[in-house]
Write a protein of this length. Structure first.
Lengths: 256, 165
């Protein structure tokens, strides 16, 4: 064990307890692979952990004692637990009533919003299919986000950020200008395994009266994710799994 | 009754006496029920009930005595000791040595024993331990590290004694 190892062994306990940050844990694993002294130290600590775990589970309660406690708990429960639950229940009921009234007032408006949202998703699905079917799916072909983003400058009336994809299963294929409600926006095409996913970005004001909150939907059996950020509305659409779409959405959100 | 068996196990380790442990668990449940309104929904129930058990123990006769024999190196809790420099072979514990580890655990001061049990047996996160014992996160880490060293040392000492006899 050399001097450099001291800084690793300090972190060994936190690592074995599952308390090290992912990046540090990765670095430590890397070190353990190459350093036999630290690996042996790690093994001995794991053994100690296991030994304490086994040794520590030593005493089991007597069934008679359990029965006694159960009885005393049951006796008090009605007083203790009810005191807590009754106000909670009353509050919940009041909420349900307020909610029902609110829902009723909003139903018409919501139905209308839903129709326009459905129409919008239908159109996005069409755009995505058209891209998949096209011989030239993208106008800027590049896996480099630093090429794709500047390409849009001057072609669309806003700008956006693209995430770092190095540690993810996604590959950026390219992008093109797309139109929705006669307004220009960006369409980015990503690949994950054999699936292509389109990410559309439009200005919120161009989309009219659609629901602005985050949405998880499917349209024409495509999975769709959408959210708003800084006056822009993002749509992620594709035939990849819901989990993949969530992951890509998170990446896009993290890029802001 | 959530956590009944584990609470009992933990109580036995703290009190080192089954009768006392039973009283302790019973009082813990009684206090938990009385004070259930003080439990904040959304916070950690397990940490809350262990905290009640531990506080009840600390105010008991055995607990007060245990608290009076706090190890000296609990002072200056923040600083982590340098790691031991033995050869790994000497500290490898055999699987059959869990009885030895039990004895070693018994010899540790309560402050070390409880933090080890919460971490290894209850598998609490540092955050949970921190709220159960009402000590800062940094102290959880340094105390764990000391407790493990103390346990190793105790186990080794017993191994040596065992080998001689």
């Amino acid at each position: 064990m050399n001097m450099a190892c001291d800084s690793w062994t300090e972190k060994l306990d936190a690592y074995l307890d599952g308390e090290l940050a992912p990046a540090e844990a990765r670095a430590l694993r890397e070190h353990l692979r190459g350093c036999s002294a630290c690996a042996a130290e790690s093994l001995s600590r794991v053994q100690l952990k296991r030994a304490v775990q086994t040794a520590g589970q030593r005493f089991t309660p007597d069934p008679a004692f359990r029965a006694r406690i159960e009885k005393s708990v049951a006796g008090r429960k009605s007083a203790g637990w009810n005191r807590f639950w009754f106000p909670a229940l009353a509050g919940a009921m009041a909420l349900v009533i307020v909610g029902a009234v609110f829902l009723h007032l909003n139903r018409d408006r919501q139905a209308q919003q839903q129709r326009s949202e459905q129409r919008l998703l239908g159109e996005l699905a069409d755009l995505h299919v058209a891209t998949l079917a096209s011989a030239n799916p993208v106008d800027v072909v590049s896996t480099d986000r630093h090429t794709v983003k500047p390409w849009f400058a001057g072609k669309i009336p806003f700008t956006f950020n693209l995430p770092e994809l190095q540690d993810s299963p996604f590959t950026l294929i390219g992008g093109k200008v797309s139109y929705l409600n006669q307004s220009p926006g960006a369409e980015l095409i990503f690949r994950v395994r054999q699936h292509q996913i389109s990410v559309f970005i439009f200005q919120e004001q161009a989309l009219g009266d659609t629901r602005a909150e985050d949405a998880v939907q499917s349209a024409l059996s495509f999975n769709v994710r959408s959210w708003s950020h800084n006056g822009l509305r993002y749509f992620v659409i594709g035939d990849a799994s819901a989990a993949d779409l969530d992951k890509l959405s998170e990446l896009m959100k993290s890029a802001g | 009754m959530p956590h009944f068996e584990r609470l009992y196990n933990f109580a036995c380790w703290l009190t080192e006496d089954r009768q006392e442990a039973e009283d302790l668990v019973q009082e813990t449940y009684a206090k938990a029920l009385r004070g259930f309104s003080s439990f904040q929904q959304g916070t950690n129930f397990r940490a809350w009930i262990y905290k009640i058990l531990r506080n009840t123990f600390l105010t008991s006769r055995t607990g007060l005595k245990a608290a009076a024999t706090v190890p000296l190196d609990l002072e200056g809790d923040e600083q982590i000791l340098p790691t031991l420099k033995e050869t790994p072979e000497s500290i490898l514990l055999q699987r059959s040595d869990w009885q030895l580890v039990q004895q070693a655990l018994e010899q540790l001061p309560v402050a070390y024993r409880e933090v080890l049990l919460l971490c290894e047996v209850e598998e609490m996160s540092y955050q949970e331990i921190s709220s159960t014992l009402a000590i800062p996160l940094g102290t959880v880490m340094s105390r764990l590290s000391r407790a493990r060293q103390a346990l190793r040392a105790a186990a080794q000492k017993m191994q040596v004694v065992g080998a001689k006899t």
